[in-house]
Design a protein around this ligand. Structure first.
Ligand code: SF4
Length: 411
């Protein structure tokens, strides 16, 4: 694990296998965030956590506490690679085609054990989709695998599973048992062919025809890649399922989801969440799901989440707003996006999702959000609405709220 510099001192990224952490691990994170950092913890769009404001001189102790809590990698040098994304309901959704957690565990192990793979960029990411009803399908991944059935996975590169006729189709299919070998071949082929400037799969595929890439992959495999995937499309996901109470598997427990306002919570909130459930899962929407909650306690837990300030209803403003670290935490930011989002939360109309970004890197959202406010100066934003061109420029937050109200059907 390592700590990277940020405007508000060190930033410690904690990578969580499929976003999950135990209550005990959450308490350790809260404790070290309070003792060695600013006391604030961010949820990320890769379902990880970040401790902010880590002070000079405390970095080693902080890391050793996290590693001691089982939050580090299994092999040195592999922390940055632990980017295997799953649905927040992986292994829990009774409607999924299969439980993909064992398969993704095997892939995580593969990534950490094979030292050549440690050359991959920290941004390089895989997605394993079991057909759950809640899944982030809009984030482009370097490699994605999606269950076509319990025994067969379709796959693609530098993109997302296709949902609509207009989407690029899957590239091929393999049986479930062949997935680890396929991933191994895909990653080693990438490393074989990538030039130093090719950090992501999309960079390489911009210069290497996909047929050529797949030809190299096939040479590494002892089984044929099925390239005829027919008209396979991924069924839609329902992002609203990240809120509220949902069945967990076929047992007596339920999971309860809520949104962390603007992806940031203090240590006391994280500790309080740990008191509500034995397991937590962070989601790519910067929200949290509490797992293994007894059915009888579910409504009380929803009430406690509300008391803690989390959004438990998908229509609340903080369920529809995201903002990057902004000028409080990032030197690149042209505005204090978090503070501006707090103001917008009080003014915005009753529908519509909004993303505030301090610069074009768009750290808070790897996908297109209905409306994006892109900072151009302190307190000023260009507004993008379902189009690559700005529809209004240099707006204050109040002006942006009025623009949103005018363009909202029920306003
Ligand atoms: S989007 Fe830009 S300003 Fe915001 S955190 Fe990322 S790099 Fe910083």
């Amino acid at each position: 694990m390592r700590i990277v510099p940020a405007r508000d001192a060190g930033l410690c990224r904690i990578r969580l296998a499929w976003g999950e952490l135990s209550a005990a691990q959450a308490r350790v994170i809260a404790e070290v965030a309070r003792a060695f950092g600013s006391g604030f913890i961010d949820a990320t769009n890769r379902a990880n956590l970040q401790i902010r404001g880590v002070r000079e001189g405390s970095q080693e102790t902080l890391i050793s506490r996290l590693v001691g809590a089982g939050l580090g990698p299994t092999t040195p040098g592999s922390d940055d690679l632990r980017n295997v994304m799953l649905s927040p309901l992986a292994g829990l959704d009774p409607h999924a085609l299969l439980d993909v957690t064992p398969l993704s565990s095997a892939l995580l192990d593969q990534l950490q054990r094979d030292t050549r793979l440690h050359q991959l960029s920290p941004k390089f990411a895989l997605m394993v989709d079991g057909g759950e009803r809640l899944a982030m399908l809009d984030h482009p991944h370097d490699v994605w695998l999606s269950a076509g059935s319990a025994e067969r996975f379709v796959f693609g590169l530098a993109g997302c599973p296709p949902r609509f006729e207009s989407d690029a189709p899957a590239l091929g299919a393999v049986s479930r048992v062949h997935v680890p070998a396929l991933v191994d071949a895909l990653l080693h082929t990438f490393l074989d062919l990538a030039l130093p400037q090719h950090t992501r799969m999309r960079d390489l595929l911009a210069t290497c025809p996909i047929e050529e890439f797949l030809g190299h992959v096939q040479d590494k495999l002892s089984f044929p890649l099925a390239q005829d995937v027919g008209n396979w499309r991924r069924p839609p996901s329902n992002a609203r399922l990240r809120f509220g109470v949902h069945p967990q598997g076929t047992g007596d427990s339920v999971c309860v989801g809520a949104q962390v306002p603007l992806g940031r919570m203090d240590a006391a909130t994280l500790s309080a969440l740990a008191d509500l459930a034995p397991r937590l899962r962070m989601t790519p929407w910067q929200s949290v799901m509490l797992l293994d909650v007894p059915v009888a306690d579910a409504q009380a837990v929803v009430g406690q989440l509300t008391t803690l300030g989390l959004a438990t209803n998908p229509d609340e403003p903080f369920a529809r707003l995201i903002a990057c670290a902004g000028s409080q935490g990032c030197a690149k930011s042209l505005a204090d996006t978090k503070a501006d989002a707090q103001l917008l939360a009080r003014l915005m109309p009753s529908t519509g999702d909004v993303h505030l970004s301090g610069c074009a890197r768009s750290c808070a959202a790897a996908h297109r959000v209905e409306t994006t406010l892109m900072a151009v100066a302190p307190g000023r934003y260009d507004l993008y609405h379902q189009a690559p061109e700005a529809v209004a420029r240099h707006l204050t937050i109040e002006q942006a709220a009025r623009w949103l109200a005018r363009s909202t059907p029920d306003a």
